[in-house]
Write a protein that binds this ligand. Structure first.
Ligand code: KPL
Length: 346
């Protein structure tokens, strides 16, 4: 296999990597990249950072194998070493802060060419923040169909393998191609697209359908297709978001948003969604950047999004009250009550 470092030099975007974030996705990407590169994870979750720095990151793979790889980890991202490639894998509410950290890391990089801060996050608005803080020529967007969750300090279960998509915009395409080759070389299947907005909305349609419902019901992704009422709400959330995307002039890469959401549920059946993981550990969720973003864009283009509105209101203390259908609200409450009387342990 060719070594992508030859394309950018050992100090370029094919060289050392800093991953901002220490959650499941950050650990998964760090573990893969550590087979070829020096990787530092930087985050503020102190217990996780201590384990990662001392014991490395352990990934339990879908086929039952497990790997443990050495990484460095720092609990103050301002002390992360300079690097020309920064993966931004913090939760959306932390992007503003992470963008400042990313700028410092890129500025400290020994590389002669400009580096890249690549967002691999869920939700709307992350790229715009990165562009503002690190500059358009150093900000890039990807989304990933990998699915993983944390099972213990420093240990991640890789629940499903899927492609990572990179938006090849003219400002960054040359360096992002090096990143794509690096990802492929370390076993992260990678696809390229020209359209960052469509890419982000394609993932948003899925996240607004799966994440809030799995979080509220405390179930793994696959459970949503097994319960008819949950399945109906999930499909409607996805369809509302797809209608908003179309009203914004975007052409989504799947004909039916509900079917696509079901497909992702089945492909990632055993995974605990990122929002369920956040809610379980008492962390702020991304619901404002997922359901909230769908509702707000829907308002701007005159598309009603009552199911997203309901999920947003149920999960966010700051969601403004808007119209929701009483029947949907009753159905959701019934599902939640059932969860409370039959707690799910998976
Ligand atoms: O992106 C995800 C997430 O959990 O954030 C999905 C695709 C729903 C996989 O769990």
């Amino acid at each position: 296999m060719t070594d992508p470092a030859h394309l950018a030099g050992p100090t370029g975007v094919g060289g050392d990597v800093v991953v901002l974030g220490t959650g499941a996705m950050a650990c998964l990407f760090a573990s893969r990249l550590a087979t070829r590169r020096r990787v530092t994870l930087a985050g503020t979750w102190r217990e996780q950072v201590e384990h990662l720095d001392r014991d490395g990151v352990e990934v339990l793979e879908p086929d039952g194998r497990s790997t443990r790889r050495r990484v460095s980890a720092v609990d103050d991202p301002r002390r992360a070493p300079g690097a020309a490639l920064v993966l931004v894998q913090v939760k959306a509410p932390a992007t503003e802060r992470a963008a400042l950290w990313a700028r410092g890391i890129l500025d400290r990089s020994p590389a002669k060419t400009p580096g890249l801060a690549l967002s691999l996050q869920n939700g709307l608005g992350n790229l715009e923040i990165l562009e503002r803080v690190v500059g358009v020529g150093r900000a890039a967007q990807g989304v990933t169909e990998q699915a993983a969750h944390v099972v213990g300090p420093g240990v991640v279960r890789h629940a499903a393998d899927g492609p990572t998509w990179l938006a090849m915009r003219p400002e960054t395409a040359d360096r992002l191609e090096t990143v794509a080759e690096l990802f492929e070389a370390v076993g992260l299947p990678t696809r390229r697209t020209g359209d960052a907005r469509t890419l982000i909305w394609s993932k948003l349609v899925i996240n607004c359908a799966i994440n809030p419902l799995t979080a509220l019901l405390g179930v793994p992704n696959g459970a949503l297709v097994e319960e008819p009422r949950a399945r109906r709400l999930m499909r409607r959330a996805a369809e509302e978001a797809a209608t908003v995307a179309r009203a914004l002039g975007l052409e989504l890469p799947f004909p039916d948003a509900g079917d696509r959401a079901e497909e992702v549920c089945r492909a990632t059946a055993g995974n605990r969604s990122s929002m369920l993981q956040d809610l379980s550990r008492g962390a702020t969720t991304e619901v404002d950047f997922i359901s909230g973003a769908v509702v707000e864009h829907g308002r701007r283009v005159g598309v009603a999004t009552p199911v997203n509105e309901l999920l947003w209101q149920r999960l966010s203390a700051t969601a403004p009250s808007g119209p929701v259908a009483a029947e949907d609200a009753r159905e959701l409450e019934t599902l939640i009550e059932r969860r409370d009387s039959e707690p799910c342990t998976s």
